[in-house]
Design a binder for this molecule. Sequence first.
Ligand SMILES: NC(=O)c1ccc[n+]([C@@H]2O[C@H](COP(=O)([O-])OP(=O)(O)OC[C@H]3O[C@@H](n4cnc5c(N)ncnc54)[C@H](O)[C@@H]3O)[C@@H](O)[C@H]2O)c1
Length: 385
Amino acid sequence: MSKLTWGMIGGGEGSQIGPVHRICSALDARFAMTAGALDADPAKGRDFAMRLGIAEDRCYGDWKDMLAGETSRKDRIDLVTVATPNATHYKITKAFLEAGIHVLCEKPMTVTVEEAEDIAATAKRTGAICAVNYGYTGYSLVRHMRSMVARGDLGQLRLIVVEFSHGFHADAADADNPRMRWRYDPAQAGISGQFADCGIHALHMASYVSGQNARELSSDFVSTISSRKLEDDAMVNVRMDGGTTVRLWTSSVAVGSFHGFNIRVFGEKGGLRWAQQWPDQLYWTPVNGRTEVIERGSGNLSAEAERATRIATGHSEGMLVAFANIYADLAEAIAAKKQGRTPPPLACHYPTAVDGLRSIAAIRAAVESSRNVGAWVDARPPSLR
Ligand SMILES: NC(=O)c1ccc[n+]([C@@H]2O[C@H](COP(=O)([O-])OP(=O)(O)OC[C@H]3O[C@@H](n4cnc5c(N)ncnc54)[C@H](O)[C@@H]3O)[C@@H](O)[C@H]2O)c1
């Protein structure tokens, strides 16, 4: 089959996540980068797109021109990635879904629950795929954790402790840098800062691994740098619908934590521990037993883990392969749609608009709880209660 065609909105030169998408979409040679509206500055966006090798008539200055240009073509793009600041995700994603173009939207999918409900409903109505980039669930050993939990190795899950802490926004003197400032500006980021930026990755990871969703939560948000209107640190307790308790900490001022995304899962038969900075090892400790180190790519891992791994044990894969696994899943799903068949179940691991909706409802609940000194708040979206 010929390559699928892919476009991008946002992710311009110098952006944080743009290069990651370009590498990850290309890793398995399933997508060709064919169109882009890459920058808030139209001239810069067009110039960068041309330097990336996109045909001149598909280097757009603005996402609306790109929508009009692509929908007027017979060979319109199959998939668009939306990698702009949060407040723009809703209108761009909605417009492309309405045109029947599949979307991979960066997280958080929208700023409000109402918008998120609308995106989930639009994807359902149009039949276009709307995925959300919780790329860290693409790690091979994260998929293995999920399959260990699903097949009952841990028994009933009791607790999940999950942390996503970094210190990249800890310098008060740099807090006004525009690339950082928008994340704490309600007009561009929405009602939450660090929880919406990183905490929802952690909550989604807990959901993905456990197969459970947040039912209610209690939170404590703080802005440790006083000029920030939104929180840069949050502690959240979550009761999941399957009975498991999640303890979640997220921070952007945790100097020295680097990319401190760690999860521990405790069940009645044993515990698992995994850290994103050392993603090739998963630690499994059965109750009253010895700890076993499960190496990525070693024999007898689950089919989910094997599908998500590319190179032999001992060679690092890392984040680029994890995010590429989301693109690999999407390539399967889009190809299956084009051919009128059902995608293989192993390729159905990409996070969807419903996952995005659940996250936005959790953000709203966490903001409300924090404003009410940690009161327990229903974390479910209205349509899923
Ligand atoms: N999944 C992840 O792990 C992950 C990691 C980082 C960022 N993100 C998300 O990706 C998004 C972008 O974050 P970033 O860190 O790359 O931001 P950034 O500020 O580094 O880059 C944003 C880019 O979008 C462009 N842009 C802004 N408005 C635009 C518009 N209307 N049309 C076209 N381009 C526009 C900017 O010019 C810039 O190139 C955010 O929603 C963020 O939450 C996700």
